[in-house]
Design a binder for this molecule. Sequence first.
Ligand SMILES: NC(=O)c1ccc[n+]([C@@H]2O[C@H](COP(=O)([O-])OP(=O)(O)OC[C@H]3O[C@@H](n4cnc5c(N)ncnc54)[C@H](OP(=O)(O)O)[C@@H]3O)[C@@H](O)[C@H]2O)c1
Length: 286
Amino acid sequence: MSESVVVLGLGLMGRALARTLAEAGHPVTVWNRTPGRAPELDVARAETPAQAVAAARLVIACLLDYPSVYETLDGVDLEGKVLVNLTTGRPSEAREAAGWAAERGAEYLDGGIMAVPQMIGGPGASILYSGSREAFDRYRAVLEPLAVPSHLGEDPGMASLQDLAMLTGMYGQIAGFLQAAALVESQGVGVVEFTQTRLVPWMRSMLELLPAWARDIEAKSYATEVSNLEINASGLVNLARAFEEQGVTTELLAPLRDLMARRVARGHGDQSLSSLFEELHPDLHH
Ligand SMILES: NC(=O)c1ccc[n+]([C@@H]2O[C@H](COP(=O)([O-])OP(=O)(O)OC[C@H]3O[C@@H](n4cnc5c(N)ncnc54)[C@H](OP(=O)(O)O)[C@@H]3O)[C@@H](O)[C@H]2O)c1
């Protein structure tokens, strides 16, 4: 069944969404602040956000940030609409936007896109949604061609929270990779060869540990028979010194070293590395 859809924003992501929806057979009406973007798209173009929104009940916004969503929809009649906001923001912004939409008579779904534009409509892309479950169920089939959809709960902030948590994991990996590359490169080792043959297999095997660490965290049980925090803390001191000797900055590494030292100083050196979690949450300090 085809469903008319409005897409607000034809940035890199907005145009990938609009294209995929049009290819799935839905009549798509788009609006973009700067006219003339993505001329290759076979879609209807509205001159104003109000004109666009009038074209369908389902309105997808994919703009720079939440202020740009408010700016775009300021004064636009949203009564009876379903606003699906795929703009990246924070949980608090998503909750505020849900309230803002409700005041205007609109249902609200917030979404976190776990993909780059090139992945939209293809395998491996997912979008996390939260907010109105009813709206999600009603439009699930329309949203499905964009990326695998998951609804994470009625709390509109939940998609953003888990999106940001996933990005946090990604940035941690990137930080680890960059530091490792800098260290080997400082001694003339080929970064490509090192990455392919040693770092990636090693990081993959380290990832296997995470579910067990997650269980430690939920159980608040940090006993270990492998390498405890004290060993790791001195390992990090050694690592940072090696960085300095090789002329590589310790900016990314030092916070982790200092966190470990603090945990050991609090008397938890015999615990597992996973117990560092306790130092990250201000309410949980022991
Ligand atoms: N690209 C990705 O890989 C990716 C992945 C996941 C999530 N996202 C999220 O998707 C959203 C869009 O990203 P993008 O990659 O499409 O960014 P982009 O290419 O920079 O596009 C930004 C869009 O926002 C519009 N915009 C900016 N300020 C505006 C304002 N004040 N009022 C109205 N429109 C405004 C721009 O319009 P103009 O054309 O007029 O400048 C453009 O359509 C962001 O929240 C981003 O975090 C992107």
